[in-house]
Design a protein around this ligand. Structure first.
Ligand code: AMP
Length: 214
């Protein structure tokens, strides 16, 4: 099963993508995670991506398309995958479709996790990420056992630069302008499934499972 997660930054699509990957035993491919790992390792790709990410802008399409097209052709993707954070623009979606078509393949579902902007801004200002292992928490909904410290690795938790309120506002503008048109794109391809992302995390997941099948 080949799945794309759509939704604004902070809609919870990453959390749902991980749960889907676990349930269906398919890899979770997050372009944001790939970029963050590259930043941490100080690679050329990481350096280039960081300048855009810190401003709440999208990384240029040519830096992300080949990376994903290569990734989905690896062995562990044979039975499917869940893409989280890609595609984020119409040209990215078209490039992915063209690459899949060459492989006689296609996306089965694009799951849109719908959450209004006001909720997103509230959620993201409470998000905290671990400087060590990248685990994410929320000061209200998923608090760590000890305030400011990662449960898993004991390192400090911070508000990511791209989760700061001014950056969130910018990311939402970018989302509405460049990513939201994908909802129409996948509707026309008859693969769009909408879920209400304001519900409790577990309920959202059950709604997604209803669409994908047990
Ligand atoms: P995320 O963790 O998915 O919210 O991604 C964090 C940041 O990485 C985004 O705000 C973008 O700057 C960059 N990014 C991730 N995926 C993409 C993509 N498919 N296209 C362009 N930029 C991306």
């Amino acid at each position: 099963m080949k799945i794309i997660m759509l939704g604004a930054p902070g809609a919870g699509k990453g959390t749902q993508a991980k749960k889907i990957a676990d349930k269906y035993s398919i890899p979770h491919i997050s372009t944001g995670d790939i970029f963050r790992a590259n930043i941490k390792e100080g690679t050329e790709l990481g350096k280039k991506a960081k300048t855009y990410m810190d401003q709440g802008l999208l990384v240029p399409d040519d830096l992300v398309v080949d990376l994903v097209v290569d990734r989905v052709q690896q062995d562990d993707c044979k039975n499917g995958y869940v893409l989280d954070g890609f595609p984020r623009t119409i040209p990215q979606a078209e490039s992915l479709d063209a690459a899949l078509e060459k492989l006689n393949d296609k996306i089965d579902y694009a799951v849109n996790v719908e959450v209004p902007d006001e909720n997103i801004i509230r959620r993201m200002s409470g998000r905290r990420a671990c400087l060590g292992c990248g685990a994410t928490y929320h000061i209200e909904h998923i608090p760590p056992k000890t305030e400011g410290i990662c449960d898993t690795c004991g390192k400090e938790l911070v508000l990511r630069d791209d989760d700061k309120p001014e950056t969130v506002k910018k990311r939402l503008d970018v989302y509405h302008e460049q990513t939201q048109p994908l909802i129409d794109y996948y509707t026309k391809k008859n693969v769009l499934a909408e879920v209400d992302g304001t519900k409790d995390m577990e309920e959202v997941f059950q709604d997604i499972v209803k669409v994908l099948g047990a």
